[in-house]
Design a protein around this ligand. Structure first.
Ligand code: UT7
Length: 329
């Protein structure tokens, strides 16, 4: 008997988790002022749209946030961890240098034997992870995958650098992807340009039992901003063309949640109404690889995204990396 390969992969369920400690801009501004770092709620809101972020407590790792999001996604897909044969975790803040956070999540889920690995593409990580899992399902290497974005960016922030420490938060989002004969993921596209690796990086490393170099996040915000608005428009048009769809077919645009101004500019360039934009950056800040699956889950759970809707997911971040996934939910 021959088994034919699935034509598509579809999202069977979504989940997310935010650590309970929420810090409003006002609370963060007060905390930063205690060590002489000056910023304001007005500046943060006007430049980014961020009003609050969640920070994980000491001892809470990316795998803990990932596990909670994964459990929710499994419930929403009406399946159990035992049904999963692939785990891909997108993270730039892994629990350890190795093994992968995906292996740790697998162990915490109490399942053993299935493939598990991390993808490191910074804020584009979830788009990369989704694309890899989609390819593995369509080639028959897996049938049901957990794809997770999980981050504890608070651990790599320099709280003396007001240009970056107000921008990021912690969290996790997850989807269960499964083989399907109906759409599904329609088109994907990934890019990277290593010439720009210095504009957003954590340059340190571990060697000889010590941290070598600076282990905290560095960003040239304006340079990232300029690149982001260009590539997000281009890659959106590219996945739409691949799927023979147009901007007007998209029900929801879910970009990486870094800056409201970048998201609104992308929507404008694509001639999409801003009410088609899913925005969580106000409450979550930038959670890097977790931001897209977090936003997706929030919009699904609030009832805004319905089965059959066409979604355009877009990521951009350190590397420099960018990419998009177009799908029928
Ligand atoms: O997740 C990966 C993708 N990341 C992104 O997409 C981030 C992209 N970049 C951005 O979102 C924006 O560039 C930022 C939000 C990071 C910065 O906004 P900006 O409008 O580009 O501001 P800027 O860096 O040009 O700084 C403008 C001014 C500067 O003062 P001077 O030199 O004009 O006197 C900064 O020192 O704002 C000052 N500034 C602040 N002031 C109060 C920078 N950070 C702060 C702060 N509070 N937190």
């Amino acid at each position: 008997m021959t088994t034919s390969l699935p034509r598509f992969t579809r999202i069977a369920g979504t989940g997310s988790f935010l650590p309970p400690r929420r810090l409003s801009n006002e609370a963060l501004v007060r905390e930063l002022a205690t060590h002489g770092v000056e910023t304001s709620d007005e500046w943060i809101v006007a430049r980014t749209g961020i009003r609050a972020r969640h920070f994980a407590d000491d001892g809470v790792a990316s795998s803990d946030l990932a596990l909670a999001a994964a459990r929710q996604a499994l419930d929403s897909a009406a399946c159990t961890a035992q049904d999963i044969d692939l785990i891909v975790v997108a993270t730039s803040t892994p629990d350890m240098v190795f093994p992968s956070t995906a292996s740790i999540v697998q162990n915490k889920l109490g399942i053993h034997g299935c493939a598990a690995f991390d993808v490191q593409a910074v804020c584009s990580g979830f788009i990369y992870a989704l694309t890899v899992a989609d390819s593995m399902i369509r080639t028959g290497a897996a049938r049901k995958a957990l794809v997770i974005g999980a981050e504890v960016f608070s651990r790599i922030l320099d709280f003396n650098d007001r240009r970056t420490c107000v921008l990021f938060g912690d969290g996790a989002g997850a989807v269960v992807l499964e083989a399907s004969d109906t759409p599904g993921i329609l088109a994907t596209e990934l890019h990277a340009d290593g010439r720009y690796l210095g504009i957003l990086c954590v340059p340190g490393t571990v060697a000889g039992g010590k941290v070598l170099g600076d282990p905290l996040l560095k960003m040239d915000g304006p340079a990232v901003f300029k690149l982001a608005v260009g590539v997000l428009e281009d890659v959106a048009r590219s996945v739409l063309a691949k799927a023979s769809r147009s901007e007007s077919d998209v029900d929801w645009l879910i970009p990486h949640q870094a800056n409201l101004r970048i998201m609104q500019s992308t929507a404008r360039k694509l001639k999409m109404a801003t009410d088609k934009l899913v925005v969580t950056v106000d409450e979550h800040a930038n959670t890097s690889a977790a931001s897209i699956p977090l936003a997706l889950d929030v919009a699904v759970r609030s009832g805004r995204i319905a089965r059959g809707d066409t979604l355009l997911l877009e990521g951009v971040g350190g590397g420099f990396t960018w990419g998009a996934v177009l799908l029928d939910y």
